[in-house]
Each structure stands twice: as structure tokens, then as C-alpha cells.
Write a protein that binds this ligand. Structure first.
Ligand SMILES: [Zn+2]
Length: 469
């Protein structure tokens, strides 16, 4: 699967977008113009979104377009934002049809390298996300129609949290698998209610059967996914000390073995489990009583869901929550957006929040944990909300900042704050930067500072608090 980015900002593109994306092109018209008559049987819908690119200088667009295949993903871009995505249904080269739909460019070029897009969905992702995930320089910009190879495309789809395209999975096979996992879980619980499972029982129930850390069960799950890589069934966290599980959520690191092809297939299978909202089984070591221990002969099995994928730090977040991903609010966020939690609850009907996911988003935005005002060790760094959750602050990365425990407490006690305009660190009337052990005078060293709106809210509260004292 490849990602194709289509800039949609210039005067032509805006017109085309209104004419053949917002309004669809009827199936009859497409078939009428199509010269090879191959599409007649494949096009099922009454109308399709349609786009075309010129050959461009040195045929650069044409060469990119040649790599396009059915089920690739097309992403529309304008004003530094990726605003919609869809699935490629078909492509064809057709001068007459493109001229009929869009005319020609001033220099006579035609948008003759055409394609049809289906299942168009709105997204809202800043160009900064692409820069970060691809490691591009600050000054990078989208110059024209752009395509990415398979590996980069996977990364982009994950980072953009491209909504799941229902048609690409096999729903019949999926239904069978949902039932199979339900039965498996019942079988596991039957034993686990009395005593912890043995390693043999873990294998015989089918919830785990690999030595790789991730069990995809190709035989039973490959039919579900178009790639044939399958959907993760179980993950083993036995003796994996990087994994970190709390009461409700936890992180699990991506596999990293000598077999890189296997690793990437395993990671893809975790993403599929997330998209399909299929439960997976978490296997950990236990003692005879069923208590978790570092190494033991017995196994504790939990039913969990993949909640969030974090390619930036090579891990996923899982949740033990019965409702899975649906219980959490994970909006496709624009990095700089700042939405009150109250309003986001209304739009997404969210019930829970995950500090773990919030932390992942801060890694995406700010990089590794580092207190913004001192040099404290990573072990004591926390993900702080600028507008607190109790005051309806949301979990967008723009509402967060890395702070050590000390500076987090002092921040919440209003001993210091950040001036939203110049990003200066301002101590309260009774304190000084020195007395607060703050080593910086501003946070302008951050490549992407927190959301201005969040800082403004906090600044207002800080000043109000000062007036009261
Ligand atoms: Zn600090």
C-alpha cells in the first residue's frame, strides 16, 4: 500500500476539487469516456470522486502515478493541513476525459493521469506531523503530487491515524475470528477462575503459539487482512522489562528482532487489531497463585485491546478496559488544536482518558522526556496538562508539557507560569527563578511550543491567582 499526497491549494486544484471531489462524477460518464472498457464491470457505485495529475516536468508526476495501485491511499493537502483521505479504486490515462472535466492548463498541459477515489473521509492533520514522522527538515514543504514507498506509507497511515477503510478487510473472515476469540476467552477464564494456566494450556487454547513475542496465527487470521499478514492474537510480555502495565492501560514495545520483515508484519498485525477493535491476549508470567512474577511456570492471560499506536517511540498502548478503544477519546487531532474536554466529550462521547496516550502524544510533539525548565532525570518527568483535566483541559498534545515532579507541583501551585506571547517563564510575586530552581528564562528552545490558547488560559488563571493573594 502506497500513500499519494495530492496538493489541493492552487487555483486549478481548488476548482477541480469542487467539481469532481465534492461533487462526484457519474459512473455512466466514466464508462462513456473510458477507452479500454475495463471499468464497466468493476465500478459498482453510481458516482465516484475523480482526480488527475499532469505529466509535469521530466514526467515526474507521471512516474509517480505509474506506481499507483488499487487500494492505495490518497491524501488531500491544502494550507499546511491534510484535510481528507480516500481509497484509490481505479486509474487510467485519458486526455479526452480530463479535458472534458477540467479543461487544460494555461500552458496546454492536461490532467490526464486520472484516478477514482472512494470512501473519502475527513481528517485534520498538520504538515508538522509528516515532518516529524519522516524526519524532514523544518523548511520542508509539499512541492507537488508526492508518493511514498510501502514502508514510509505505513508510518504515515499510522501517524495520521487514517480512519479504517472497511472494505479492505474481509468481513466474513472477521466475524468468524470474533467468535473464535470469544470462545477462546471463555475457555481461558474457565481455567483461570480456578488456577493460573500452564504454558501448554496457553498454546492449546490458541491464544499464543509463537516464540516471537507476537502471535499472529497466520492460519486463522491471514484471510482477514488484504496483505495476508493477519491480525495479532496474542502478545507475550514475559521477561520484557521495557513493557509497563498499569491498572488500566500499559505499553508494549514493538518487536525488534533480527528478522525485520517479520517484525514489520507483526507490527502491522497489531495495527490491524487496533483498527478492527479485535481483542488480543496478553500473556505474562505468574506463580502458582496466579500472581505476576518475573519468571514463573504459570501464565496469567488477560484480554486487552490495542488503544494507540506510537511509531515515534516504537510502542503501542493497550487497555484492559472491557469496551476497548471505544471507551477512550482519541480524536484525529491537529497538533496545534486546543479543544476543551467538555466539547470533545460531546463530539466523541468519550468516557475515559488515558494518561499513557497523553504521554505518547507529548513524545510525538516534544521528543523524549525532558523538563522544560531544568535538567532533571527522565525518571522523574511527568506529562503535565497546561489546562488541567479538572478544568476541562483536553488530552491534545498542545495542552501538554514535560515537567519534572518538582516543577509540575510548583506549576500547579501557581508559583510560576509561561507568558503565552513571548514564552518567557515568569515566577509569581513571592518567588524568583532562582528560588524555584528554574534554569531557563523561557521555553523558546522548543521546536513546537504548546498551544497558544492553552497557555493563554493558564496565564489568565495565574494572573487572577496573583491578584487574589
Ligand atoms: Zn524541572
Amino acid at each position: 500500500m502506497r500513500v499519494h499526497i495530492v496538493p489541493c491549494g492552487d487555483k486549478y486544484a481548488r476548482k477541480h476539487h469542487a467539481k469532481t471531489i465534492e461533487k462526484l462524477v457519474p459512473r455512466e460518464e466514466i464508462i462513456l469516456f473510458e477507452n479500454e472498457k475495463q471499468l464497466t464491470s468493476t465500478l459498482k457505485d453510481d458516482a465516484y470522486a475523480c482526480w488527475g495529475v499532469t505529466n509535469a516536468k521530466n514526467n515526474s508526476n507521471f512516474k509517480n502515478w505509474q506506481t499507483m495501485q488499487k487500494d492505495d491511499i490518497c491524501i488531500m493537502y491544502r494550507n499546511k493541513t491534510f484535510f481528507s483521505c480516500g481509497k484509490i479504486t481505479a486509474k487510467f490515462k485519458n486526455k479526452e476525459f480530463s479535458e472534458y472535466l477540467w479543461g487544460s492548463k494555461e500552458d496546454g498541459q492536461l490532467w490526464e493521469n486520472m484516478f477514482l477515489i472512494d470512501e473519502i473521509k475527513e481528517i485534520n492533520v498538520s504538515i508538522e506531523v509528516l515532518k516529524k514522522v519522516m524526519g524532514y527538515k523544518e523548511k520542508f514543504f509539499i512541492q507537488g503530487y508526492t508518493t511514498f514507498d510501502n514502508e514510509s506509507s505505513e508510518k504515515i497511515v499510522a501517524a495520521f491515524q487514517i480512519p479504517f477503510f472497511e472494505k479492505s478487510f474481509n468481513n466474513t473472515a472477521l466475524k468468524v475470528e470474533i467468535e473464535r476469540r470469544e470462545k477462546m476467552w471463555m475457555e481461558i477464564q474457565k481455567i483461570q477462575n480456578i488456577r493460573p494456566l500452564t504454558a501448554e494450556e496457553v498454546r492449546s487454547t490458541g491464544c499464543y503459539g509463537s516464540a516471537r513475542g507476537i502471535w499472529r496465527d497466520i492460519k486463522n487470521t491471514s484471510d482477514i487482512t488484504p496483505s495476508g499478514k493477519g491480525v495479532c492474537v496474542g502478545i507475550s510480555s514475559r521477561g520484557k522489562y521495557e513493557d509497563d502495565f498499569g491498572e488500566e492501560t500499559g505499553t508494549h514495545d514493538y518487536p525488534k528482532t533480527e528478522m525485520r520483515g517479520q517484525d514489520s508484519a507483526d507490527i502491522e498485525s497489531l495495527r490491524s487489531a487496533m483498527q478492527l477493535k479485535l481483542p488480543i491476549f496478553l500473556i505474562r508470567n505468574a506463580n502458582e497463585k496466579g500472581e505476576l512474577i518475573n519468571s514463573g511456570k504459570r501464565r496469567k492471560v488477560d484480554k486487552v485491546f490495542v488503544l494507540y499506536d506510537s511509531p515515534e517511540d516504537n510502542s503501542i498502548v493497550i487497555t484492559f478496559s472491557e469496551g476497548g478503544k471505544d471507551d477512550y477519546e482519541i480524536p484525529i487531532e491537529e497538533e496545534d488544536s486546543f479543544q476543551e474536554r467538555e466539547t470533545s466529550i460531546k463530539t466523541t462521547k468519550s468516557k475515559k482518558r488515558s494518561q499513557e496516550v497523553f504521554r505518547k502524544k507529548l513524545i510525538k510533539r516534544f521528543g523524549p522526556k525532558h523538563c522544560v525548565v531544568c535538567d532533571a532525570l527522565p525518571e522523574v518527568i511527568e506529562a503535565a496538562h497546561i489546562r488541567p483535566v479538572k478544568d476541562n483541559g483536553g488530552d491534545q498534545s498542545g495542552n501538554g508539557i514535560w515537567l519534572c515532579k518538582n516543577h509540575h507541583s510548583l506549576f500547579d501551585l501557581n508559583k510560576w507560569s509561561i507568558d503565552p506571547k513571548y514564552l518567557e517563564i515568569i515566577p509569581n510575586n513571592q518567588s524568583s527563578l532562582n528560588s524555584l530552581q528554574i534554569m531557563r528564562s523561557n521555553i523558546r528552545h522548543l521546536k513546537y511550543p504548546p498551544s497558544k490558547k492553552a497557555l493563554e488560559w493558564r496565564w489568565k488563571k495565574f494572573n487572577k491567582d496573583q491578584d487574589l493573594n
